[in-house]
Design a protein around this ligand. Structure first.
Ligand SMILES: [Cu+2]
Length: 421
C-alpha cells in the first residue's frame, strides 16, 4: 500500500470523529489541527501543529512516522532548517486510547541512522527504542515497526535515542497522548498540547548548532516563537487542560496569569487529587511533561509564558553589552561620522529595542522583542502566548477571537501621582 492510500485509509477510519473535529475547529491550521475526540473528550489541539493520521488494521491502530529534514518558520521572517517527522517539528501528536494495540512504522529518510524512544510508556524492553541497547539502529532508507499495547494513559513524548545531541537539537520530537479508557477526573472542555524546545541559531543563519550545551538563543513552543505561537481560546467557565512537554536542555517555569491551576498528570501518570496543589507556575523539567487544568472563569487576555525572562526574547537580545545608565551622547556623535544614522540604545533600559522593527537585522533573524497588543508593543518573543477567555464563544470554536474588549473601568488608567506625605 502506498503512502497516499495509507493516509486516506487512516482518514476514513477516523471518519466520524475527524468530521466532528473538523466542525469543531473551523480554522484548523491557525491554532492547530484538532485530533480525533476520544471518549467524548474535547479533541487535543497541538498549537501550530496537528495529530497524526492513523488506520485500524486487524484490530491494531497503525501510525507512520517519517524521519526527515523539514523547514519550520519560527515566525514570519525566519525559516529554519530542522529535522522532524512527517514534514514538521515537532512531529505530529500521536493519540490513542489506553488498552489499544498500536503499531508505529518509522521510516528513516535521514542520511544517518535513528530510532524512536516512547518516553513514559510501559512497554516491552525491545520496543523502547534505545539504539544499540534495545534494538539495532534504523539505517537510512529502512523502516522499522514498533508494536505494543498501551498499558498506561497520560501525556508522553517520542524522540530519537540515536545521535541524540544532533537529532534532538534539530527538532526531532513529538507528543504521544494516551487517553484513559475511563475518564480520570472531570473532562476538560479544551485540551491543548505543546512541546518546549531550545535552539542556538546564530543571527543571519538558518540551522541550529547541535554542540551547544547551555547557551541557547531561541526558545520555542512547538517550534514557534511569539508572536507566531497560536493563542489558546476558551469560553468563560470552561475547564481547560494544557499539556506541556519539555525536550529542551533547560527547565521552564511555565506561568499562567489570571487563574490557579492544578497539575493533574505527569509523564509518570495521573496525580491523585489529594496531591494536587493550586499553583500559578509549574516547572517543567528537562525530559518531563506536566498536564495542568483549571476553570477559565474570568474573561480576558491572559499571558501564558516561561518565567525566565530570557526565554521570552529572541536571539538578537542575548550577548548585548550592558549600557544601562551610560551616557552615550558623545560616543553616538562620533560614531555617526563613521556609521551614518547610528543610534545609541540601551542607556535607559532595553525597551527601545522593541521598536527596532524598522531597523535592519541580519538576514533570517527575528527582533529580540516583538508582538503588538491592543495597547502597544508586547516586547516579547520566545515562549509566550495568550489565553483568550471570552463570555461568548461557541463550544468547540478555536478561532482567534482578536483582542479582549475590556469593560469600562476595568483597565489600569493614567492619573496624577498621589501625595503620601
Ligand atoms: Cu524557559
Amino acid at each position: 500500500m502506498d503512502r497516499r492510500k495509507f493516509l486516506s485509509v487512516g482518514a476514513a477510519s477516523a471518519g466520524v470523529l475527524m468530521a466532528r473535529a473538523a466542525m469543531a475547529a473551523p480554522q484548523a491550521g491557525v491554532i492547530g489541527e484538532a485530533g480525533p475526540a476520544a471518549g467524548g473528550h474535547a479533541p487535543v489541539v497541538t498549537l501550530n501543529g496537528k495529530s497524526a493520521k492513523w488506520r485500524m488494521r486487524d484490530g491494531v491502530k497503525e501510525f507512520h512516522l517519517i524521519a526527515e529534514e523539514v523547514e519550520r518558520e519560527f515566525a514570519p521572517g525566519m525559516k529554519v532548517k530542522c529535522w522532524g517527522y512527517n514534514g514538521m517539528t515537532p512531529g505530529p501528536t500521536l493519540e490513542a486510547v489506553e488498552g489499544e494495540r498500536i503499531r508505529i512504522y518509522v521510516t528513516n529518510k535521514l542520511k544517518e541512522h535513528t530510532t524512536v524512544h516512547w518516553h513514559g510508556l510501559f512497554l516491552p524492553s525491545g520496543m523502547d527504542g534505545v539504539g544499540g541497547l534495545s534494538q539495532p539502529h534504523i539505517k537510512p532508507g529502512e523502516t522499522y515497526a514498533y508494536e505494543f499495547t498501551l498499558k498506561n494513559s497520560g501525556t508522553f513524548m517520542y524522540h530519537p535515542h540515536a545521535d541524540e545531541m544532533v537529532q534532538l537539537a534539530l527538532g526531532m520530537m513529538g507528543l504521544f497522548i494516551v487517553h484513559p479508557k475511563r475518564p480520570v477526573g472531570p473532562k476538560p472542555d479544551r485540551d491543548y498540547a505543546m512541546l518546549l524546545h531550545n535552539w542556538d541559531i546564530e543571527p543571519g543563519t538558518r540551522i541550529a548548532k547541535p554542540a551547544t550545551m547551555t547557551d541557547f538563543n531561541l526558545w520555542t513552543i512547538n517550534s514557534k516563537v511569539f508572536p507566531a505561537i497560536a493563542p489558546m481560546v476558551a469560553r468563560t467557565g470552561e475547564r481547560v487542560r494544557i499539556r506541556i512537554g519539555n525536550l529542551s536542555m533547560h527547565e521552564h517555569p511555565m506561568h499562567l496569569h489570571g487563574f490557579a491551576f492544578k497539575t493533574v498528570g505527569t509523564d509518570g501518570g495521573w496525580v491523585p487529587v489529594s496531591a494536587q496543589m493550586p499553583e500559578v507556575t509549574v516547572i517543567v523539567g528537562v525530559g518531563q511533561t506536566r498536564t495542568i487544568e483549571f476553570v477559565a472563569d474570568e474573561p480576558g487576555d491572559w499571558a501564558f509564558h516561561c518565567h525566565k525572562s530570557h526565554h521570552t526574547m529572541n536571539a538578537m537580545g542575548h550577548d548585548t553589552p550592558n549600557l544601562i545608565g551610560v551616557d552615550q551622547k558623545a560616543a553616538e556623535e562620533k560614531l555617526r561620522d563613521i556609521i551614518p544614522g547610528y543610534m545609541a540604545m540601551g542607556s535607559n533600559g532595553m525597551a527601545d529595542m522593541s521598536e527596532m522593527a524598522g531597523m535592519p537585522l541580519p538576514d533570517n533573524t527575528l527582533p529580540m522583542m516583538d508582538g503588538k497588543g491592543p495597547y502597544g508593543p508586547l516586547e516579547m518573543g520566545g515562549m509566550f502566548t495568550v489565553l483568550k477567555v471570552r463570555d461568548r464563544l461557541p463550544a468547540g470554536d478555536y478561532r482567534d477571537p482578536g483582542w479582549y474588549q475590556a469593560p469600562k473601568g476595568t483597565v489600569a488608567y493614567k492619573t496624577r501621582a498621589p501625595d503620601f506625605s
